[in-house]
Write a protein of this length. Structure first.
Length: 560
């Protein structure tokens, strides 16, 4: 894993920003001219046999320039298929208000005074020029539809297809070999870039970048090859030649007519945005590299805990990105429009209303981090939840209990509850585990203390130093409450240690013949069996007999 690599969120933000810019540049740019306006400025071309014959700039009656051109194409197509058609039959006939171009009795097109005015010629001169152009176009069209031309087109299509498939096959074989070569150079030819002990750019990162560039080059070559080859294949046959031109126009037209002009006019703002995004990207990358090095101990900053590295980086990244967005906002397309401002205001209100609780949790997360309340892996008690901290974010803390239950607690609730960090207490001198037993007054308290300390001493994971100790916490009506305190440096095994400690307490008291009267019970002991398991009693044990002692003084008083 590379150290000097920004989070995917930064890269994704830059990508989304540029895609959004590309879309909004076209949206807020000056709209292109409508069809009628474009026709008046550029005209509608009449294309025959793959070449432009002339352009129509004005309509005729209810016919638009497009309809006039389409009708002329239909007529020329019928004439070409007519076996009796002669190219020399195309003539110009002068009428009062127009000049008609005919073949026999079939009207091919009309030349009006508006057409002549748009071309800057006289009507008769324009008609003569169009007659010559139509004759030449029909000669080419007839020749291209001949059997010889179709055979040549078939041969060229076959050869071009073979070349296309060969190049695609070559690309498919060469690039996988290039991928393997780059992968085999990982860590050998391609080495990490280092600054002292800190890894600046890892060999894995450099290799992955080279692999990504190679894949992008492969995709670019394949798309370019298809882009130029498909129109070429379609251009060999006259039936598909117009389709080839339309494919190119459909692919290139929006780019050259809309996107490129809008993009060129937006270049100064886009340059400023690009500089801000570039600086933000690499500033975040450098900060991540710095804090990752601090977190790993490669760089040491006095008074700065290594555990603070990740949350500090996240806070710094958020502030840097927020500041960059503030700088970029005035240069976004349409940022000054009322619609854009209203949408921004609406989103701001939604964010303010929906994030109030999240902001409180984030602030609580920051407070918990910098006060070192707990770390990952610590055994803690938060309110009534006891477990190990497995995840700590700015919004919530996840705890795994001893029953392997994962509990997610929002940081606001964590900060509002009392926190007991057993792991922190266990580091020096050890966390104290304590449990209480109740013993009758007939058992000497020194014996009870010794038995409790002996039980703690034989319990696994209980420290010898500091030594276990006992407190007598209360003197009750029927028994004394003794509290055993023992240290351990394994708070993650508290439940297991408590269980073994209670087992050893029972064993030690039973072996010593001391009854644990917890909480307490009342019994007429004479004639009753002692409350200790059979296997701990000596072989000579026998229950004491029931005894009644007569007191003469008590009897005399009762009689009186």
């Amino acid at each position: 894993m590379a150290v000097f690599r920004s989070k995917p969120a930064v890269a994704n933000l830059a990508l989304i920003l540029f895609v959004w810019l590309a879309a909004t540049v076209g949206v807020f740019a000056e709209p292109p001219a409508g069809p009628a306006e474009a026709n008046q400025k550029q005209g509608v071309p009449l294309v025959v046999a793959g070449e432009e014959v002339y352009r129509v700039f004005s309509g005729l009656g209810r016919f638009t320039p497009e309809q006039r051109v389409n009708r002329t194409k239909t007529v020329l197509e019928k004439l070409r298929k007519d076996p009796l058609f002669k190219v020399d039959s195309i003539q110009a006939v002068e009428l009062e208000s127009s000049t008609e171009i005919l073949s026999g009795e079939t009207i091919i097109c009309s030349v009006t005074n508006q057409d002549a005015q748009a071309s800057g010629m006289t009507r008769q001169g324009l008609a003569s020029e169009r007659v010559a152009s139509l004759r030449a176009a029909m000669v080419r069209d007839i020749e291209q539809h001949s059997v010889r031309s179709l055979l040549v087109a078939s041969l060229l299509t076959t050869l071009s297809s073979l070349v296309l498939f060969s190049l695609l096959w070559l690309i498919g074989r060469a690039f996988p070999l290039l991928y393997k070569k780059i992968e085999s150079s990982r860590g050998t030819v391609i080495r990490s870039l280092r600054i002292q002990q800190a890894e600046f750019v890892s060999a894995d990162t450099l290799t992955d970048v080279l692999l990504m560039v190679a894949r992008l080059v492969r995709i670019g070559l394949t798309l370019s090859l298809l882009y130029f080859s498909i129109p070429l294949l379609l251009s060999f046959f006259p039936q598909t030649r117009d389709l080839a031109g339309r494919i190119i126009d459909l692919a290139v037209g929006p780019i050259t007519n809309v996107i490129v002009p809008a993009f060129v006019s937006y270049v100064p703002n886009l340059f400023f945005i690009g500089v801000i995004v570039f600086l933000t990207y690499y500033l975040v990358a450098f900060i991540k590299f710095l804090f990752d090095s601090v977190g790993r101990g490669a760089i040491i900053i006095g008074g700065f805990d290594s555990e603070w590295a990740d949350p500090t980086f996240k806070i710094a990244r958020f502030l840097i990105i927020a500041f960059s967005l503030v700088l970029i906002f005035p240069y976004l397309p349409g940022s000054g429009s009322p619609a854009f401002q209203q949408v921004s205001l609406f989103l701001g209100i939604l964010l303010s209303l929906g994030s109030s609780g999240s902001v409180a949790h984030i602030i609580a997360g920051v407070f918990l981090t910098y006060t070192r309340a707990f770390r990952l892996g610590d055994r803690v008690k938060i309110a009534d939840t006891v477990g190990d901290v497995v995840e700590k974010t700015l919004l919530a803390t996840r705890i795994e209990t001893i029953k392997h239950e994962y509990i997610t607690v929002p940081n606001g609730l964590v900060l509002g509850s009392h926190i007991i960090n057993y792991s922190s207490s266990a580091r020096n001198p050890g966390v104290i585990l304590y449990t209480s037993v109740t013993i009758g007054y007939d058992a000497p308290w020194r014996t009870v203390h010794r038995l409790l300390i002996d039980a703690a001493s034989v319990t696994e994971h209980v420290l010898k130093e500091p030594a276990p100790f006992v407190f007598q916490t209360s003197l009750n009506d029927f028994f004394v409450t003794y509290q055993l305190n023992a240290h351990t440096d394994m708070p993650s095994r508290m439940a297991e240690i408590y269980s073994h400690l209670h087992e050893n307490i029972q064993d030690k008291f039973n072996e010593a013949g001391v009854e644990i009267m917890s909480p307490h019970f009342t019994a007429l002991r004479d004639g009753n069996h002692i409350a200790i398991p059979e296997n701990f009693l000596p072989p000579s044990y026998a229950p004491r007999s029931f005894r009644v002692k007569y007191d003469q003084r008590t009897s005399d008083q009762a009689s009186t």
